[in-house]
Ligand binder design. Structure first.
Ligand SMILES: Nc1ncnc2c1ncn2[C@@H]1O[C@H](COP(=O)(O)OP(=O)(O)O)[C@@H](O)[C@H]1O
Ligand SMILES: [Mg+2]
Length: 278
């Protein structure tokens, strides 16, 4: 880890609804259950999904009178003044303060970002040791990564988002000597092994080569994610009906297995390298 301190995982892409906030909480809770000290940062002021998710989690724990591991959560608001330069200065200031404070007190910082470009989102990408980009499982959603030739289905050029990631990666490499490990994950994969799903997988693999990133095993489409959000729980929490707000099912077990595979694909540093959990 560059300069010691927490390992930073940013969850990002410039599309709403691809599963960023869900993935951010799942990663954070997985790491908490592993015994790590974890902070979460929400820089999506418009949706604040991660902040609401964590609020639901706290409410469920209190209602059930049980101990549920919680991350140290911070929401960093967008600055809305008249001057863009001043807004950027304020945002850089709050971001830097939060990171400086958390870096030395936790093992992992998981940052959730909005589905659009913005100053705080760029700062979050620029700080990432690991960047995870969930993509909805359709040809249309791949345009967040590259412009695709509609006739041949082949990638033509990197998208503005991919170019931003490459820029953040080059700047971080120069600043700290380590780059950004970028991992794509297909999310909400249809359970039916359709022709389109296979086509998307092939295209994601070839896009990843061109973009110098890796592809993790995907996460299937499952209705349980709705009740998980309302209770603030994840597939890593105990599979008990009164916690989940729904009867546990094979679907939970399978989803847990898939998210575990995703964490493994991230190749996060293990406890021996982390300052607080050795
Ligand atoms: N694997 C999944 N299966 C079914 N629904 C999912 C899955 N992942 C996320 N969702 C749902 O999709 C919606 C958008 O997810 P969210 O994590 O808020 O995306 P983002 O943060 O990228 O906007 C939410 O309603 C969430 O519950
Ligand atoms: Mg979100």
């Amino acid at each position: 880890m560059a300069g010691g301190g927490a390992h930073i995982i940013t969850v990002g892409n410039e599309k709403g609804g691809s599963g960023k906030s869900t993935t951010a909480l799942h990663l954070a809770v997985y790491l908490l259950h592993q015994g790590y000290c974890v902070a979460t940062i929400d820089v999506d002021s418009r949706q604040q999904t991660l902040t609401r998710y964590i609020r639901n989690r706290r409410a469920s724990a209190e209602a059930g009178g049980r101990a549920v591991p919680m991350p140290k959560h911070v929401h960093l608001p967008t600055a809305w003044g008249d001057s863009i330069a001043e807004n950027q200065r304020v945002e850089l200031d709050i971001f830097t303060r939060a990171m400086t404070q958390l870096r030395s007190t936790v093992d992992f910082i998981v940052i959730d970002t909005p589905g659009f470009d913005g100053n705080l989102a760029r700062l979050a990408h620029g700080a990432a040791d690991s960047l995870i980009t969930p993509i909805n499982d359709s040809m249309i959603d791949l345009d967040v990564l590259a412009r695709i030739d509609p006739r041949t289905g082949q990638p033509l050029e990197a998208s503005p988002y991919s170019r931003n990631v490459h820029k953040a990666r080059a700047e971080k490499q120069q600043r700290t000597g380590t780059g950004i490990d970028w991992v794509l994950v297909r999310n909400r994969i249809s359970n039916l092994g359709s022709h389109n799903a296979a086509r998307v997988q092939n295209l994601v693999e070839s896009l990843a080569q061109g973009l110098d990133c890796r592809v993790a095993e995907g996460i299937a489409e499952r209705v349980i994610f709705r009740s998980l959000f309302l209770t603030g729980m994840t597939v890593f929490d105990p599979l008990e009906a009164d916690i989940l707000g729904a009867a546990p099912s094979m679907s939970h077990v399978n989803a847990r297995h898939e998210y575990r595979a995703l964490v493994a694909a991230l190749q996060l540093p293990d406890s021996r390298q982390l300052p607080l959990s050795a």
